[in-house]
Design a protein around this ligand. Sequence first.
Ligand code: ADP
Length: 159
Amino acid sequence: MKIAVYPGSFDPVTFGHLDVIKRARKIVDLLYVAVTENPVKEPIFSVPERVELLKEVTRDIDGVKIDRFDGLLIHYANKINAEAIIRGLRAVSDFEYEFQMALTNRKLSDNIETIFMMPSESYSYLSSTMIKEIAKLGGDLSHFVPQVVIEKIKKKYKE
Ligand code: ADP
């Protein structure tokens, strides 16, 4: 059984993330989508809230487990017996950071490969950061994130 982990902050999950999840599922039997804190990115949702949203939007996709992890990704990946780390690559701007992380992770744990997946071009410009900006300014998010995410964002901003 091929197991992989797709880590990220998923704050919030977008159609781009879902696209990567579906593509990754074609090459592995079990995909752990693992949420981690990323305080640098000024989160709108807590980790448990992000996990809950991911669970809702992946309910109909087989072979996907939603989880969270703290600490080193490599430790988590080894714990769940993952053979690969899945990451999404959108534009050249993603490359440098992803390249550095993939090679660092390889140094830390040589038994785990990083696999990059390209989303459909219609999602290749989408980022959670952009979603947060649009949400703050009250723009229409329906092209970018599932309806449940829009509802949760609206509720958040009312609070
Ligand atoms: P992180 O803080 O780890 O970058 P993100 O939730 O922003 O967390 O992204 C998680 C992963 O999903 C990253 O590999 C990122 O490149 C990828 N990703 C994010 N948005 C998209 C998208 N629109 N299309 C493809 N991959 C994406």
